[in-house]
Design a protein around this ligand. Structure first.
Ligand code: NAD
Length: 737
């Protein structure tokens, strides 16, 4: 029999080699067709007397990425529609679909012939669950081989037996950690945990897998044998009593129960380990059906998988402009940001000319790459040769004429219009006319900087976040005259350095900083109300933010907050900044020299390591303190998220961001906006515009104009629209279809 996605070659010994190699795709994923074919192969292997057993591997570099989440998203969309018509029938279909993969993997596991997974490369999600249902597992030894069940990261969980097989193979604690974090394992780690049997040299992989069958591998899973014992001991045992209460506490500490999928994993494992395997699978199927219906799953799949991928592939890149292949890129200003930009550019294999006012300053910038690569080599993540290769791509200089031939220049000199003007003029004198000039400014409008350029069409903003090597978001800022070509080149560059671009129209603070400043300033307001600082920070974390607003101010520097406030007053007048908040920040900086983490004193004190940072006790002296029991903690959480979300609505209303995917993905990548919500706009969509409008009104009455709902929200509340309906990112494609 022939298949579209698999080939089956049975050798002289009767061992079938099943090679998964989907045509027209760079990676194998589970589609309905692939599932149907694989089930047919399982049936054939079981039925044919001449076949002794089977080895399954992949014909691609990776084994498989698992389920096709875009298909799952489409399916969930159909389910939501079907539920409106006939909830019971829709739920039944969903339940059956939720158990489909489990059913096939269980069929493989109990087919009576031995199966071995030969994992030649990255093996994720449903594909790793397939491997776990095989009787033997061998993984190739190599950097590119990563094993994981990462579903929890997009709001779902491994629902094809993953929550049952992992804790039956590995110690319960290690299993829980792996499942609830979505952690990636090396083959060695997976072997140590008991999840795979062997690690083989890549060219010996198939031979090792076949040898397992030849050596009499039993076609029975351990849990189907009499007398099977759980590696971590039963739930009701001394070991279980030591494990479960802290496990629940740890989950609450890590997630604040904001992630229903993570909670469901704990329930699946706990309940599943109390019963035989087939019953356990039913338990898993029920929870999986429940989780697939949560708004968290829908929002996270959309933002953290579908939209993220689309933006990374250049969804917002203008069509019809030929792709750029970069031969040389200039970076002007080798300071904190410029040094980081040079590093990520060289890491992408692009030669960089790194310019500063003098050679020592430029060389200091290059040293940043040297330090980062030395660290990578130490940790075994890069070789000495890779370090040398990267460093050889960076040319530190003070000579602008070296920019000759560059396709793109990124300016990261001081945040001063006059200094930026001089740098632009000097660079343009050396650049070819078609080169694109980008500024990394964080506050000066691109349109005004473009006035310094003889070629404003070629002028654009490429706004990085610090630390550049870690932060994956880049805002691409359009000036009034920026051309499509400049946008395309900027997008090609961001793609080349493997970061995610969002396209933003010119405005003070662009998108990210506008939102972040609201978050921090709401916290200053709370301090002024006498809310204990610890409650503010904890409320932020409980709401799902990775860093509290006061800690974030310390990271970015309290004196920077002061500078921004004073500059805003100079530009926009006294009313633009709350005087109470200004007083707080002035007091912190001018009276107490509390600049933030950089001088070890900010809203927190930073004692020498290993001691941990602690909130500065002096904060209590600044305002009469409310008693914790007099503070509405849930309202603090709501205020911190709502104040950001409302700013994002204003940004959409003003046309600064035009695509909801960018606001959502941008908010999660830049400042970690409560990922379970799917981002700033999905947060509102999840609550519903009308209800959110009511919330905003109430908060405005109590806490002021920051919560005033924009007209856009009122319109959406009236029409019942969501952001993804009102600003449908796929409208053009739909029209064309
Ligand atoms: P920095 O002070 O660390 O670095 C600026 C560098 O520019 C210095 O090395 C300086 O010697 C050099 N320089 C000054 N004039 C020059 C000239 N005429 N020619 C060549 N080099 C010159 O500053 P930074 O924090 O790296 O910020 C640089 C830019 O990036 C600013 O526009 C800033 O607003 C923006 N930015 C900063 C951050 C951040 O977190 N620091 C984030 C995003 C954007």
């Amino acid at each position: 029999m022939t298949y579209k996605n698999f080939t089956v070659d049975t050798d002289a010994e009767g061992i079938a080699l099943v090679t998964w190699d989907m045509p027209g795709r760079s990676m194998n994923v589970f589609t309905e067709e692939a599932m149907r074919e694989l089930e047919a192969i399982i049936d054939t292997v079981a039925a044919q007397a001449g076949i002794k057993g089977a080895v399954i591997t992949s014909g691609k570099d990776s084994f498989s990425g698992g389920a096709d989440l875009s298909m799952l998203q489409a399916f969930l969309g159909d389910f939501a529609k079907a539920r409106k018509k006939n909830p019971e029938a829709a739920a039944k279909t969903l339940f059956e679909r939720a158990g489909e993969m489990s059913r096939v993997w269980r069929k493989l596991e109990t087919c009576g012939k031995p199966w071995v997974a030969a994992i030649n490369g990255t093996c994720m999600g449903g594909a790793f669950e397939l491997a776990l249902s095989c009787h033997g597992r061998v993984a190739a030894d190599g950097d590119g081989v990563k094993l994981a069940l990462p579903e929890v990261k997009v709001g779902i969980f491994p629902g094809a037996g993953g929550t049952q097989r992992v804790p039956r193979l590995a110690d319960t604690q290690a299993a829980l950690q792996m499942l609830t974090s979505g952690q990636t394992l090396t083959p060695q780690r997976a072997k140590a945990m008991g999840l795979i049997h062997e690690v083989a040299e890549p060219d010996q992989l198939i031979a090792a897998a076949k040898a397992m069958i030849r050596n009499g591998l039993k076609p029975v899973a351990p849990w189907d044998e009499k007398g099977f014992k759980l590696p971590g001991g039963p739930v009701y045992s001394a070991a279980g009593a030591n494990l479960w209460p802290p496990a629940i506490a740890i989950l609450r500490r890590e997630t604040y129960c904001n992630y229903p999928a993570a909670t469901a994993i704990l329930k699946c494992v706990y309940e599943g380990l109390l019963v035989p395997f087939d019953t356990a699978q039913k338990i898993e199927q029920r929870y999986f059906t429940e989780i697939m219906q949560t708004k968290e799953a829908a929002a996270m799949i959309r933002s953290l998988f579908v939209s993220l991928q689309e933006l990374n592939k250049g969804a917002r890149r203008p069509h019809g402009v030929a792709p750029t292949s970069f031969k040389k890129i200039g970076v002007i200003g080798a300071g904190f940001m410029g040094a980081g930009i040079a590093y990520v550019t060289a890491k992408a294999g692009i030669p960089v000319v790194l310019i500063d006012r003098d050679i020592p300053a430029a060389e200091k910038g290059k040293m940043h790459s040297e330090a980062l690569m030395t660290d990578q080599v130490k940790k075994g993540r890069a070789t000495a040769a890779e370090k040398d290769a990267l460093l050889s791509l960076i040319t530190p200089t003070d000579d602008y004429s070296q920019l000759d031939g560059a396709d793109l220049v990124i300016e990261a000199v001081f945040e001063d219009s006059a200094v930026k003007k001089a740098a632009t003029e000097k660079a343009e004198a050396a650049l070819k006319p078609s080169a694109i000039f980008a500024s990394n400014t964080s506050t000066i409008p691109i349109t005004s900087l473009a006035k310094n350029s003889a070629r404003p069409k070629n002028f654009i903003g490429i706004h990085f976040f610090s630390p550049v090597d870690k932060m994956n978001l880049v805002e691409v800022i359009l000036g009034k005259k920026t051309s499509e070509k400049a946008l395309a080149v900027a997008m090609d560059y961001v793609r080349a350095i493997k970061k995610t671009p969002i396209v933003v129209n010119d405005t003070r603070g662009f998108f990210v900083n506008r939102c972040v400043l609201r978050y921090m300033s709401e916290a200053y307001k709370m301090l002024g109300e006498g809310v204990p600082a610890a409650m503010i920070e904890n409320a932020a974390k409980a709401a799902g933010m990775p860093v509290g607003p006061l800690a974030l101010t310390d990271e970015t520097a309290v004196d920077l907050a002061q500078k921004i406030m004073h500059q805003t007053v100079r530009d926009l007048g006294e009313g633009a900044v709350d005087p109470e908040q200004m007083k707080l920040i002035d007091t912190m900086v001018d009276q107490h020299q509390r600049f933030g983490r950089k001088n070890g004193k900010g809203f927190y004190d930073y004692p020498a390591k290993p001691a941990k940072k602690k909130l500065w006790p002096g904060l209590k002296e600044l305002y009469p303190q409310k008693r914790p029991e007099d503070v509405d903690f849930e309202e603090l959480k709501l205020r911190l998220l709502a104040v950001i979300a409302l700013e994002a609505v204003r940004v959409m209303e003003e046309g600064i961001v035009t695509d909801p995917r960018e606001a959502d993905v941008g908010s999660i990548l830049a400042f970690g906006f409560a990922p379970y919500t799917g981002g700033v706009l999905s947060y509102i969509d999840g609550i519903g515009a009308a209800r959110f409008m009511e919330i905003a009104k109430k908060l405005q009455k109590k806490y002021g104009k920051e919560f005033k709902a924009p007209k856009l929200l009122a319109e959406m509340a009236a029409s019942g629209e969501t952001f993804y309906q009102r600003f449908d990112p796929y409208a053009k494609e739909k029209q064309a279809a």
